[in-house]
Ligand binder design. Structure first.
Ligand code: ADP
Ligand code: UDP
Length: 238
């Protein structure tokens, strides 16, 4: 059997995708399917760190957050990612994977704080590390958290598992004529204002020479094909 293309990866899982077809929250079948994909990869011996988003929960409370101070709303968003991280780690436990949740904001009674050497130790021990609470700062996104943690743990690549199957010339949800890029440079992605990831995340990965693969979170087998280095999604490169 062929070998995985990577030894250590940072996987960014969309929070919004966790709700499946529900209006908000965590859809059981969806999280189980995501975890099954992750389990397959972990069993290959690939060291896996995950950054999880929070859009699925924040959506449910968003009407109440209208007019709210941006930083306060962002802290709520970060707490939402902690809930998702706990749900994800628990779902992994059900399929026999040991996961450790580490939070970027102090919330010790619930999850341990992010400590870089500890995260590296867990990865070396074959545990899946789930980074919660994004970067710990308002005005950032979990995509930027993925770029940051990916750089910190010396991941070979950031894998962005999202609702679209790659980077398009325009938002494919709005423009039916948009076409898919197989590869695109960071400079092009930034200068063309492609919104699939925020510019902060792109810029950090570009400066750290950390490539990003954007692919579908819902397409069966996509994560495994990405891990095996097969043709899937879009590679964003230096
Ligand atoms: N050029 C583009 N190529 C692909 N997707 C795009 C593009 N521009 C905007 N998008 C939108 O970006 C979304 C993914 O980004 P985001 O909302 O941050 O997702 P996530 O929940 O994975 O963090 C897609 O659902 C897509 O509709
Ligand atoms: O470093 C971070 C990461 C996240 N967030 C907040 O948490 C929310 C949820 O994260 P995100 O939107 O990136 O999740 P996803 O798009 O994957 O659902 C964001 O909207 C922000 O409000 C933040 O303030 N700082």
């Amino acid at each position: 059997m062929s070998k995985p293309a990577y030894k250590r990866v940072l996987l960014k899982l969309s929070g919004e995708a966790l709700m499946g077809d529900d209006p908000y929250g965590i859809n059981r079948a969806t999280i189980e399917r995501m975890v099954a994909d992750v389990a397959e990869v972990a069993k290959l011996g690939v060291e896996l760190a995950i950054v999880i988003g929070g859009g699925n929960i924040f959506r449910g409370v968003a009407p109440g957050a209208q007019g709210m101070d941006r930083a306060t709303a962002d802290y709520m968003g970060m707490l939402a990612t902690v809930m998702n991280a706990l749900a994800l780690a628990d779902a992994m436990r059900h399929v026999g994977i040991t996961a450790r949740v580490m939070s970027a904001i102090g919330i010790e009674q619930v999850v341990e704080p992010y400590v870089r050497p500890k995260a590296l130790q867990y990865l070396e021990e074959g545990k899946v590390v789930v980074f919660a609470a994004g970067t710990g700062n308002p005005f950032f996104t979990t995509d930027t958290a993925a770029a940051l943690r990916g750089s910190e743990i010396s991941a070979e690549i950031v894998l962005k598992a999202t609702k679209v199957d790659g980077v398009y010339t325009a938002d494919p949800k709005k423009d039916p004529n948009a076409t898919l890029y197989h590869t695109i440079s960071f400079d092009d992605a930034i200068s063309k204002h492609l919104q699939v990831m925020d510019a902060t995340a792109f810029a950090l990965c570009r400066d750290q020479k950390l490539p990003i693969k954007v692919f579908s979170i819902t397409k069966p087998g996509a994560l495994m094909r990405v891990i095996m280095g097969e043709d899937e999604g879009t590679l964003v490169h230096v």
